[in-house]
Structure formats: structure tokens, C-alpha cells
Design a protein around this ligand. Sequence first.
Ligand code: ADP
Ligand code: ZN
Length: 310
Amino acid sequence: MVMSNAILAGVELGGTKCVCVLATAAGEILAEERVPTGSPGEALPAIKTILRGWFESDRAFSALGIASFGPVEVDRTSPRWGQIGQTPKPGWSGVAIAQELSGGLPVPVALDTDVTGAALAEQRWGAAAELRDFAYVTVGTGVGVGLIVDGSPIGGFGHAELGHMRIARMPSDSWPGSCPYHGDCVEGLAAGPAIAARSGIRASLIAPHDPIWNYVGHAIAQMLHNIVLTATPRRIFLGGGVMTAQPQLFPIIRQALLQSINGYVSSPELDRIDEYVVAPGLGVRAGPLGPIALAAGVAGTESGRISRIA
Ligand code: ADP
Ligand code: ZN
């Protein structure tokens, strides 16, 4: 069990920005620095400089957590552990992020997806403390879901990629979507870049009552329909840049979810939909505290020390 005053470091690798975080094991953020995701050749050295600066200061951390966009190999027994998978993000395919970021730092390293990290942060410090079954969804540069079932993130040969599920389209909507792999999967319809591609302007410039938010909300609600029927989570947290900036999506999503389920499943949770589909208890700290929650899980262990792997 990690002491609550232990210092932990984390890196949240997002589609647009990387957030380096220094925090206590009690979830108190001590420092936060941002680096544009851009190319790995630029982002990784900048992140390493920040981590090394913290480590060599009087705030040496005892574990490092990395919470990354997917796909990323999170299976420790795989020879590819720590590597980004095939991704349209230029230059990032195959980059060994865990090795790159932790090389030379004599601390245990934990790696998981950004959304699993955020879910575990909600469980450790936020509004999922008493929950063993819940989902953390991010709608930002991409759409991702950390689905926790019986206390653990779901996964088999890899981590889940629920943001790319195919869904029933809104009647009369035939826009092809922007996912380079699937077109109109949820991410291709609801992530920030998809919203910009459909509207022709940046998502942040679209009025809150523009009808486009109904399309976005419908896609997210369809994904939630499938998640509810798959895992019956007790609560669903919606975070990320799009949800944070566009809170009018919450009532649209709640209503569309209930309409889609159409009474087939009933539960006290669904009866209180305003408390079921909610913003993260940690607010915008859910993402940055994700890698800290991962680090807390390996602090004091030998796990992932790079000297073991090299
Ligand atoms: P990341 O995806 O890098 O982890 P965020 O979750 O903060 O980061 O999401 C950033 C994305 O959120 C941007 O790519 C943009 O598409 C979207 N976004 C940013 N500001 C707004 C806004 N005001 N309204 C809607 N979408 C926004
Ligand atoms: Zn897709």
C-alpha cells in the first residue's frame, strides 16, 4: 500500500496534448506541464526533460504512470509491451513510449490507456469510490472508454476500443464520418475532429444550440446503449475536451440513451438518469490523475523497472 504522501509522476499522452503531472498518492496535484503531442521526436524529449527535472529536484517521485492514447500494447508479457500500435498519428506507430519515457529513471513504471487511467483515478479519488462496475468515457481528439467490470478494466488480447464501435445512425443522417478505418464509427462521428470535419469549422466555434450537437449526442448515446447492455455499469462518466466544453450534450445524451433502450432494461440506476450519466467527479483532473492512479498501483514494487527489461 503506497503512503499517501508518496510523490508520483504521470504522463497522459493525448491526441492533441501530453500532460506531465506530479502528484501525491492522495491525488493532490503538485505540478502540471503540457507538451503538444505533435511528433514523437519533439514530444518525447520534452516530456523526458520535465520528468528528469522533477526527479532530480527535491520532489523525486517513487513511481511513473503512463496513460496513453491507443492502440498501445499494455500486456506486460508481450515483447511489444509499451509500444504504440498502428496509428494514423504521424510518426507514432511502433514507438516504445514506456521505454522512451522511463529510460534512466530508477522507478517502477505502469502503462495503460488514458481512459483506463482516468477510470481508476475516479475509483481511487473521485466519484466511483464505491463502484466495481462503471465506465469512464472521453470525447476529445478521439473517443475512448475505460470500462471497469468487477473492479478491473476489460480486455483480452489487448485493451478494448469501444470508441470505434459501429452504431445505428440517426435517421436521415448519411454523413460518412471521419474515422480513417471505419468512417462512421462513434469516434468518426463524435470526436472533436469529426465535429470539425462535418461542420467545416472548429468545434469550439459552433454555437451550443446548433443541431450538430444532436448528431454528436446521438452517436455517444448509441455507444452507451451498447455499453449498458454489455456490462450494466452502475454509472457512466463522460469527460474529455468536447464534453467539458459542451455541457449541453449531457441532456441530449441522457434522453437519447433512454429513448434507445426503450424500457428494455430497467434499473434504479437508469431511473435516475441525471445521476447515471454524469461528468467525472474529478472534473478535468480525471485525465491528468489517470497516470497517477496507474503509478500508485506499482509504487513500492519492482514492476516495469526498465533495468529488468533492457
Ligand atoms: P486529448 O484528446 O488530447 O486528450 P482533450 O480531451 O482535451 O484532449 O480533447 C481535445 C479536443 O477537444 C480537441 O481536439 C478538440 O477537438 C476538442 N475541443 C476543444 N475545445 C472544444 C470546444 N470548446 N468545444 C468542442 N470541442 C472542443
Ligand atoms: Zn473508427
